[in-house]
Design a protein around this ligand. Sequence first.
Ligand code: ZN
Length: 481
Amino acid sequence: MLKLHDSRLGTLREVKGASSGRVTLYVCGPTVYDVPHLGHGRSALVYDLLRRYLQWIGIEVVHVSNITDIDDKIINRAHEQGISWEELARTYEEVWWKALESLEVLRPTLAPRATDYVKKMVELIDKLIETDHAYVARTGVWFDSESLDGYGELAHQSLGSLRAGARVDMDDSKRSPIDFALWKFAKPGEPSWPSPWGEGRPGWHTECVVMSLELLGDGFDIHSGGMDLQFPHHENERAQAVALGYEFSKLWMHHAFIEVGGEKMAKSLGNFTSLDDLISTSDPRAFRLLVMRSHYRSPIEVTKVEISDATDALGRLDFLARRVNEVALDLGVDLLGADGTMNSSAYQDLGVTLDPIIIDEFKVAMDNDLDTPKATSIIFENIRAANTLLDTSEDTHDQSTLKSGLSKAISTLEIASSLGLYPKIDNSIAPPNVDHLVKERERARSDRDFDRADKMRQEILELGWVVEDRASGPIVRKVRD
Ligand SMILES: [Zn+2]
């Protein structure tokens, strides 16, 4: 059973929903006013690993991640660019989804926009005022943090130390420096929504409470985000829910930052200026592998050296996949699709079963607070072991060694794919001159110039490669010596 570190209690706890086959997960999403940075990428990948693993062990995951599409930063940036806040927010929302797609991150089951829930937010704030947990002041509506027993539980701090640490530039309409905004009255020219207390817009902390409770119901399994959200964002979300008698989230999961040279990632320090910079200059799978190699609660470094090292490791995964695929093709079995996904019944056609030891070790690691570093080492240790067995079987022609090698290889590909790490077996592995001829041949075939296509096939063969036409498109493989 999956256990995760609960930031509130500071211990590992079982994810309750996993035993009933359905896990509800809320991930605080981006404020869409700029291009995503590497930290956003790590965040998306961490929860993608969690979700993919749960789905792989047969659990349904309802994954909600919001889009904060109204905020001071959005208003200011739109003003600078001379466009509407809606246009700016929609533009960067698109950029966000595109970046996640490049990283092969699964889209959330639901991705609510904050501005679609303003009415519900007003209702929630109204209830907080009614129950004396909130008050109307000059600049907006504030939550009375001191009214709630246990405020500071997520921060692991007393009211006194929170008060001492609060920002000094306190708004003079607040009763206490630790009170936070639920509703901000609109300044002239700002976007606003109606409310019983005056035109304005909701505070960020109120957005997530409403959207999570509305879409997942009370007592959902996991509420998550970066460690910087633990306080004040998550503390303040929780305070509103608890004040109204909700259990809210059963477990709080927080991931660590990206660091460069031991410092928190900042634009001026990074050698990748944005997530897009990384994705467009390297194999996006390398970032996924880097994220897997570190525990989600530890900071990671993402430098060009780290990315290039991860890319080399991916080469070993790809090599094994191509090798197994060739063996399978020789035996008349189409094992891997062009996108690297495994045809799940195909390995049975090879008379091979998954290696229960590899699968069990992998599950034990993942169930232990998502120990992806351990899971990754299981993948790469077994890549080595599978290659050794396949080498031996080539020398000895021993069928049982071949079967063990295939079983180890297929199990390894299976667990790697379960975390979204798919091998590349497409024709991009061929040298560029071969790749060029393959594309030329495709053009000839689509022009129905079959004489020319045959000539191309011959030229490819003379270079030591054979081209095969599949339903998913042509693939090339090296001719055995
Ligand atoms: Zn949130």
